[in-house]
Design a protein around this ligand. Sequence first.
Ligand SMILES: Cc1cc2nc3c(=O)[nH]c(=O)nc-3n(C[C@H](O)[C@H](O)[C@H](O)COP(=O)(O)O)c2cc1C
Length: 130
Amino acid sequence: MLVVFDSLTGQTKRFANNLGFNTVHVKLYEETDDDIFLVTRSINFGQIPETTKDFLENYKHKVIGCAVSGNMNWGANFGMAGVKIENIYKIPLVKKFEGSGFKSDVEFVKNWILEKTKKEDKWVWIKEKI
Ligand SMILES: Cc1cc2nc3c(=O)[nH]c(=O)nc-3n(C[C@H](O)[C@H](O)[C@H](O)COP(=O)(O)O)c2cc1C
């Protein structure tokens, strides 16, 4: 599992690092066999950053889920980039969080990733046995 993050001022990066997996900035990603969890941010009235869009155009098939940073002051556009990613790229939005997130946000996402990868490991194991 690799966490790919898109961060300008560092908040999203901090959240990504707190998840406890290897992390890499979206612009420095080089393809590996690892599944990816994406942590990105909302900009300009709920838009997806261009850097995230470029990454998704190339690698969306490797991304198992995403979490998105935002600020509730943006009202209905809070975390809206995550909703757009879910709708356009069919990648589950696991969590919207403010800034670099609360500890509970980090734990929620970490547990989601662990559960998801555990189930998939089991499925691979079952397929190998039958
Ligand atoms: C110009 C600008 C536009 C933003 N637009 C939104 C927005 O539409 N919705 C939202 O939830 N947050 C918005 N934000 C807040 C950022 O998503 C938030 O501060 C995020 O934590 C920044 O991540 P970073 O520190 O990793 O760059 C905006 C911030 C800036 C500076």
